[in-house]
Design a protein around this ligand. Structure first.
Ligand code: HCB
Length: 214
């Protein structure tokens, strides 16, 4: 059944099955699972487990990197399918980036994929993006239905989010854009403190929150 397939997908990430992840995703699609189910109930569960094990010092960086590669291989199958699903009419533009000093891009990519699949036109600025570049991009899209989604996975890089908010105010851009920040260290109280609009626990929730904000 479905749960069995979810477990296999989860294990492909946990067990760093770089060669097997892609074919397994194809098998899941052929069995009728949706890309959303594959990501939310399978792959992401595996990534969460590997993250927790890393924090408990049960696995080390090389293993994490292999899990990340397996995740990438899986998403290479899903990304084009999710892109096809995009509705003709865009619900808004989303500028998506990872904070300067931070190269963690797995969650960032998942959120970008989900937003794209939910009708957003996503501008993916990638990782390690300096704040002045982010502000420039926001300014370039002023007047559009606009959303900014930033990720930070480290407590250090998260501090840069506060600066983004300050710069938006200074440049008179705050009212032109909705701001959603995420990443493991980001909390509701942090969002309140820096004056952003929202956060989300995972990619599926991020899409819902983003749609509500628009
Ligand atoms: Co990295 N790393 N890492 N790492 N890494 C973390 C983040 C630590 C927490 C692990 C730890 O030490 N406990 C830690 C940060 C400590 C801290 O500051 N509190 C850390 C560190 C320190 C480092 C290095 C410095 C190396 C080291 O340990 N010495 C180095 C940093 C390099 C740099 O950025 N300059 C480093 C490197 C790596 C890699 C390369 C091995 C690998 C990244 C591979 C890649 O991304 N391509 C990696 C990984 C994988 C992790 C952990 C294990 C998992 C992160 C992850 O991918 N999670 C992580 C531990 C952890 O987080 N538990 C560890 C899975 C995704 C799906 O979740 O939270 O990213 P997510 O995203 C979610 C969610 O947050 C939300 O939706 C996403 C999808 O569901 N979301 C948003 C995310 N962005 C959003 C934006 C929105 O608008 C809304 C929602």
């Amino acid at each position: 059944g479905k749960q069995e397939m979810y477990d296999k997908l989860r294990d492909a990430i946990v067990n760093q099955d770089i060669n097997g992840a892609g074919p397994l995703v194809q098998e899941a699609l052929d069995a009728g699972l949706t890309p959303f189910e594959i990501i939310n109930d399978g792959l992401s569960v595996g990534m969460k487990i590997i993250g927790d094990r890393f924090e408990a010092a049960e696995v080390y960086l090389p293993q994490i990197m292999m899990s990340a590669k397996a995740m990438k291989a899986a998403m290479e199958i899903l990304d084009p399918i999710l892109a096809e699903d995009e509705t003709a009419e865009s619900v808004g533009t989303c500028i998506k980036f990872v904070q300067e000093g931070d190269i963690h891009d797995i969650g960032h990519r998942l959120v970008a994929t989900m937003l794209g699949a939910n009708g957003f036109t996503v501008i993916d600025m990638g990782v390690d993006v300096p704040n002045d570049k982010v502000i420039e991009e926001v300014a370039a899209h002023k007047g559009e239905k606009l959303m900014l989604s930033g990720s930070a996975l480290m407590t250090t890089s998260m501090l840069g989010q506060k600066d983004v908010m300050r710069l938006l105010e200074e440049e008179g851009l705050r009212d032109s854009v909705k701001v959603m920040f995420g990443g493991a260290p980001v909390t509701d109280s942090w969002i309140k403190e820096i004056g952003a609009d929202a956060t989300a626990e995972n990619a599926a929730e991020a899409a819902n929150v983003a749609l509500e904000l628009m």
